[in-house]
Design a protein around this ligand. Sequence first.
Ligand code: PEP
Ligand code: MN
Length: 344
Amino acid sequence: MVIVMNPNVTQEQVERVVHFVHQRGARTHVSYGEQRVIIGVIGHKSEIQKEQLKTLDGVENVFSILKPYKLVSRDFKPEDTVIPLNGVRIGNGEPVVIAGPCSVESEAQIIEAAWIVKEHGGHLLRGGAFKPRTSPYSFQGLGEQGLKYLRRAREETGLYIVTEVLDANDLPLVAEYADVLQIGARNMQNFNLLKAVGRLNKPVLLKRGMSATLTEFLMSAEYIMSEGNEQIILCERGIRTFVEYTRNTLDLAVVPAVRQISHLPIIVDPSHGTGRSDLIEPMALAAMAAGAQGLMVEMHPRPEEALSDADQSLSPVQFARLMRKVNQFVQWQKRDETFENSLV
Ligand code: PEP
Ligand code: MN
C-alpha cells in the first residue's frame, strides 16, 4: 500500500502516519521526492484500513500497488532515482561509465588500468577481488589483497571502486573498500546477501541473473530496498539463450521496459553480454540509444595477458574509441533534448 502525502505536508504529520502504521504491525518506507512525500507500507497490512488512513492529517491519497514489486516501482516513486557518486550522478541523463579489468591481478595492473580509465574520461573503476568462476581450477581472485590494491588505485587516481561481494560473510570486509557493492548474476537470488546489502547505506550494483525474468530481477531489487537501502543500480548483462556466437544474449529491450515500470537507474554490461571485445562498442551504443543510464565494460591494459575474461576485455585503444563514441552520443542527446523542448 502507498500513502501519498499532501504537497505541503509537515514532518510531524509524516511521523504521525508512520507511527500509526507501525502500531498496527507493518513497516514503512518513507520516500522524500521533489514534489511529494510518499510512504510505502510493507508487511502485514490486514489491520490497516485505507479509509482510516485517509482521515489522518496530511494524507492526500492511499492506494494499493498491484504489481508484486512495490518500492522499486514507478507507482511508488514517479521520479527517477538519482545516485550521486564522486561528482557524477547515476540516473541523471549523462551516461556513467564503469570500466576496468575483470579481475584485480596485481597492484601494478589495477593502477595502470585505473589511469587508463581516468585519462579517457571513465567515471568509476571496476575490478573483481572475489571472483565467481565456473571452474574451481580457474583464477579465483586475490581476495582481500585485491581489495587493498583497489584502494591504492583509488588513492592514486581518485576513481571510486565497484567490486563484487560473493558472500554475506565477506560483506563487512568488502564494504570497507567498495564504493559500490556489486552483486553478480550468479547471486541475484541469494536472498540473504540481498538483505544484508539492503541494511547498508552504500550503493549496490545488482546484475541480472542469467535466466531471470524482468519480474524476478525487480523482486531482487525489492529485497534490497525493503531493508532500507534505496541506492540500487540495475545492470543488464545478458541472458542465456540458444545462440552460440555470443556468450550471452544482451536483452536491450529490458532497458526501456525497466525505465517504464521502475524509478531505479539501469546500466548495461556489453562485455559479459556478448563475451566478444569486437561487439562491445556497437552494443554499448545500442544500449545508450535504448535509454541505459550507464555502461560497465571490461578493459585490461594488455587483454592478451588477462587472467579472466580476456576475450571480452577492451584494449586501452578500444576503450579510448568507446569513450569518444560515448561523448559523441552525449552531444547528440543534448541536441535532441533541445529539439524535444522546442516541440512543446
Ligand atoms: C563481473 O562483472 O565480473 C561478473 C562476474 O559478471 P556477472 O556476474 O554478470 O557474470
Ligand atoms: Mn568478467
